[in-house]
Write a protein that binds this ligand. Structure first.
Ligand SMILES: [Zn+2]
Length: 91
């Protein structure tokens, strides 16, 4: 389970379920279990108004079973988020 929090107010934005052995997780897909965000057109916002992201943007969050983690990190340094069980990600 991954919890994604707002970096401004520390509210929870998503709870995200890591299941199985997919090599790359996208943070905006159907595995979001609990969604506390506000959607405004393509923007994903926290309740405090902080823009968390744009719906189309893809974050890459490899986990311990991901191959080529370091390659992914060097290819996508802006999008790379280190994963792990119980990981809390602030955006
Ligand atoms: Zn917030």
């Amino acid at each position: 389970m991954i919890t994604i929090k707002c970096s401004q107010c520390k509210r929870k934005i998503f709870k995200y379920n890591k299941i199985g052995k997919r090599r790359i997780l996208r943070c905006w897909d159907t595995r979001i279990i609990e969604d506390y965000s506000i959607r405004c057109d393509n923007e994903v916002r926290c309740k405090c108004g902080n823009v968390i992201g744009i719906k189309e943007s893809k974050s890459i969050c490899p986990t311990h079973c991901t191959q080529f983690q370091s390659e992914i990190q060097s290819l996508y340094p802006q999008k790379y988020i280190a994963g792990g069980a119980g990981r809390i990600i602030e955006i």
